[in-house]
Ligand binder design. Sequence first.
Ligand code: AMP
Length: 540
Amino acid sequence: MYGLMMNSPLSIASLIRHADRYHGDTEIVSRLVEGGIHRYTYTDAHRRSRQLANAFRALGVQTADRIGTLAWNGFRHFEIYFAAAGMGAICHTINPRLFPEQIAYIIDHADDRFIHFDLTFLPLVEQLAPLCPGVRGWIAMTDRAHMPAANIDLLCFEELVNAHSDDFDWPALDENLASSLCYTSGTTGNPKGVLYSHRSTILHAYGSALPDALNLSARDVVLPVVPMFHVNAWGLPYSAPLCGAKLVFPGAQLDGASLHELFEAEGVTCSAGVPTIWLGLLNHLKAGGLRFGSLKRTVIGGSACPPAMIRSFEDDFGVQVLHAWGMTEMSPLGTVNTFKNRHLAQTKAERDALQNKQGRVIYGVDLKIVDDDGRELPRDGKAYGDLLVRGPWICSEYFKGEGGNPLVDGWFPTGDVATLDQDGFMQITDRSKDVIKSGGEWISSIDLENTAVAHPAVAEAAVIGVAHPKWDERPLLIVMKKPGADVTREELLQFFEGRVAKWWIPDDVAFVDSLPHTATGKLLKTRLREDFRNHRLPTA
Ligand code: AMP
């Protein structure tokens, strides 16, 4: 017997409609790439999203077409999120920090029809255009007065919006239809697309807003520092309108001084970002003897949050840290570090130690750890093993089936190695995937190794991540030279220039007589990570 309740499909358009209707005068504030501050309301955002949806129709955008963005956090980006998904198309957010060839690969793989870009990225777009023949139009996210001279034809975002009426009814869509797409480089091989649905997005927005998750409400002013091209800014552009929270978008200025100014001017209560960003902000505050006037809590994730950072936020500035963990493949939220009643009776030292963990699992995400043979390990906070996840906002396969079926008995392997306890607290102890995360962005160790071995003096090379105080990890290149060949550290590092993105170039080189291997001949990275654990990078 079925329940007799309405089967209303979960839809992204319903979020902006709700925010317009019941939080219509709540503000969305954006720092503009063109300079200055833009300020409007959820009602304005909804109206312009409908105008944009009409503009997309006029441009011939069809259901399931991919609409790309190369953009910072701002109101126009927010409108594209809702116009594209709301009309049945797919908003594809692209990470502009990748190497142009990787971006071209991603645009081509996604079959993007149009690409929107902030003016910052014009030089990148001019480079990309000849590499991306499938793109029908490049849309500059600005008004006519700021349209730049370019060596390719451009469309003007404001002209598109203003040329169309707001008379647009969001179509009733199957909740399982795709709504947005985000590629991750946190896997081996080419970047892979994670394709979110309306259903997964709404469920994630509900789950992430809960009190023991991000604790969002209509009384909050939320400033996502995490970019809208990183897993949809951790879902905040969806969970904020769900709750009716005010949104503040920082644009391209993510330095400590600019962020602090915006926090204070707009009365920000809640923020979110990777550890590297907070380091800059905390340094700025400490150097200037400044305080936070309104900030109550901040979500820190994407990389392990250093314990000293948690302590500084909480003890020096009175701001609660929500240490969180997730993945692009998980929409992204999996765990958030909040206490249970029992922990409130513990000593401060005990609670501080608990906060260093990646957090407590939220409803909607199922976690387990397994040993090398796939046998489940106890949730005792001691045993560690490969961390697997499942749930309605976790990816079941990559876009276009790339990389084959990623699941193991219906579970998604995270590539993280962790402990779990009975309360659901998870702590990452290692990573089994062969990638490096620097400032919250992935670096492919395999690409760096392939580049290194293209050097005539290199016999074999391994790249591992080594701890770095600012970037969390930076790549260290470990090289075995060919017999009789000679090459210096500087020559090798120079060899990477122009071959990989500048920020991918290793921070240091170590020369060894031989590299350790597994029984199957693969580089034994665990040993190398152990051997070089205390390696001090010259940049550290
Ligand atoms: P991404 O898909 O770029 O969000 O990266 C997800 C991966 O980042 C995870 O599988 C972890 O390896 C790492 N990660 C994310 N959050 C944390 C955290 N709080 N602590 C340690 N590693 C993290």
